[in-house]
Design a protein around this ligand. Sequence first.
Ligand code: DP6
Length: 346
Amino acid sequence: EIHRASTTAPVNIAVIKYWGKRDPKLNLPTNSSLSVTLSQSDLRTHTTASCSPAYPSSDTLLLNGSSQDVTGARTQACFRELRALRKSIEDADSSAPKLSSYPLKIVSENNFPTAAGLASSAAGFAALVRAIANLYELPASPTELSRIARQGSGSACRSLFGGYVGWEQGAAADGSDSVAFQVAPASHWPDMRALILVASAAKKDVSSTSGMQTTVATSSLFASRAAETVPRRMKEMQNAVQDKDFEAFGKVTMMDSNSFHATCLDTYPPIFYLNDTSRAAIKVVEAINTAAGKIIAAYTFDAGPNAVIYYLEENEKKVAGLFKAALGEKDGWAGQRGDAVEANGD
Ligand code: DP6
């Protein structure tokens, strides 16, 4: 017999960036971070997890139709943690099927370019962990699942919650307190919008994992970012979300993106994620805000040249409209609009 469960997990885009690990094995970060979970209709991973005593002996993972290596430490850590939780159910109830001993088959589909700095690993590991948790009928909370997903990819822990989500860096050596938490549900500030501008769908040249390790080892800007700048901005950002203060939200978002990319440039050898198209987007946002006389649009960039522009629904015409006019498809931009939404738990 085959046991099966499916789920979807959304992409999240950080407004306070995670960049740096104090423990690369457990993906424990050097600073807390905060993100907005995007609409599942635009950017999400759909994953089906199944297991059967009849499957060939090893676990398998198919992503967008191509077979992936599951022997990596991160995927193994997720499988191991989830199997251990299932095993304790089986040990407590002898009638429970011994799913933990069956090979797993994971089938995932992204509806967006993989590894192009569009947070694919975040949605990917969040979906993988929740699909297996559903398959195993684990009573695990989103917090518990975030602790497991973090070991797959740090940013994945934030995709277990909807709306405005923090990731507490934690202090424990075993990572037990390095988990995601909801700052506010999407319904608290439902008119938040995200415009995703794809400058390039090519795979990024420096992966976040290796980039952040080099930054920690070589950047002199990094220490003050982790120790002072980010802790202060985490408070400012949580207040901005609580107060629905877009000007504060936008300012901190842009400044934290700039700080992260400055730290990348300060890395040796330097890391360049932004390109001329990215810088053109920054200028358009500046022009929009100058014309409005206040901050109504905010850009942020992850480990790649693609821009995410946050704005409020009431400014849709001024922001998304102007953006499309200023940077048409001719410049290589493909726009996509996402709303902040709840992550669903099914
Ligand atoms: C720039 O979560 O991809 O998007 O933990 O090594 O898998 P690993 O890194 P990853 O890094 C994300 C970096 C970022 C900022 C962010 O999402 O907070």
